[in-house]
Design a protein around this ligand. Sequence first.
Ligand code: F6R
Length: 241
Amino acid sequence: METIIVKNYDEMSSEAANVIARLLQSRQNAVLGLATGSTPEGLYARLVQMYEEKVIDFEAVTCFNLDEYAGLSPDHPQSYHYYMNHHLFNKVNVKKKNIYIPSCGTANIETACREYDRKIKESGGIDLQILGLGVNGHIGFNEPADQLQLNTHIVNLAKETIEENSRFFSTEEDVPRQAITMGVGSIMRAKRIMLLASGGKKAEAVRQMTCGKVSTRHPASLLQLHQNVLIIVDREAASLL
Ligand code: F6R
């Protein structure tokens, strides 16, 4: 694991955008794995700026998102479909046919999950997977558990995740209880992983991820087993290292 500690959220976002820019400049048809949430908002804003300045181009890029809530339509303002369109896809020249976001809106979820994994494989695999970090150590929506699932699947969200994400909804009751997420196998198969974390609230999760024992009870700790992981954290998130 390579860890870069930066001053603050803005530096984390710029540093991460530079990593993506270098990839897109060397591999125009790169396959990106993308995350949502508060953490990558600054990164996406920076990527949009770089695209407008013609530093990067998304014409041949393929994107796979990590996860999506169950029960929210794609046009719901808190759905991850909406988030991605709003923060990135509507603002750069990525082709609609090259955008993949898991979806629970089909009759047969199991088939949809297998199809999602097949699409990732067919694309040649993810070159760079962006991750945020849950306060409970989740990556994607792979929540702490005795066993983790390898492939895309439906998951019950942990109590802490529902509480954390209630800030985006009017009430905690409005937060969906389930989501569809890429599994830890899908994440670990990425050629490179870049995890971002910012703020003191993430400090304990960052410590356990990098220095704790590898355990399914802290899904991000599994990243210690991956050969090419870059962690970009700000000073507050790194305060327990
Ligand atoms: C989002 C995702 C989650 C978030 C994590 C941190 O697609 O997969 O794992 O990255 O919950 O969320 P924020 O960035 O809102 O603190």
